[in-house]
Write a protein that binds this ligand. Sequence first.
Ligand code: PD2
Ligand code: ZN
Length: 283
Amino acid sequence: MSSQAATPELKAWIIEQASANRPADEVLAAMLESGWNEDAAAAILEATLTTHVAALTASGKLPPVVAVPDPLPHGTRATLWAGDREVTVIVSLAEPRVVVFGNLLSGEECDEIIALAGTRLARSETVQTATGATEVNEARTSQGMFFDRGEHPVCKRIELRMAALLNWPVENGEGLQVLRYGPGAEYKPHYDYFDPDQAGTPTILKRGGQRVASLVCYLNTPTLGGATVFPDVKLDVAPLKGNAVFFSYDRPHPLTRSLHGGAPVIEGEKWVATKWLRQGRFD
Ligand code: PD2
Ligand code: ZN
């Protein structure tokens, strides 16, 4: 790699590195090593990658960007009115889009969902995108269940609150999924969207289209462990009863950096309720 000139060779090298999944901070470090000024290197890196991604999208090699819910379209603020309750904004991250909320659910609501879900828990299944069927997944050692949308008054109230908070129609939401993790249980890093390359995905997408965002609500506070982690940006969200973490993904692709997982619970147990938002009506 030559230094200090944004030559076609340099741009080609940057694209080669990105195509080999080399992290951008490593590529930047290599440029600094060879004598680049940091601001200039960051600018050429960003411009080259943005242009490259736009070209791949235009040629159909990357899925197009779609609209996603955004709870803070006009800038970060400390509180949001969610229809029947004031919710606090604890953290807002642009890339990946992540917002941590406080006070989304009351303690009583958390307890009620746990009690209603408790009798219906089974070893968690995930949708098997190869066939569209569900299967027990070794990457997820929690137990889980799904409520139908609006199945109980507490589900309905929470779903309306989430729709108000995220400005996304309640009809575009899947029913709440409740997971219980015992000590040692975890959910290995994954993406919540359906993989476009899997054979079962077109069938899954007939009902509501792609998932475009997730809202993971903490129903209790584990004694130790159980963070929701975003490995691409080394972000850990500590689970706290009544809080929630929102994240969106505007195309079904790792470029969204929405890779996330549930770190092992070390002590105590962890309960979450996840709401997935679809592009269209999920009827
Ligand atoms: O429980 C979590 O923190 C977690 C982590 C990753 C939940 C989900 N994914 C999910 O419900 O998709
Ligand atoms: Zn997930």
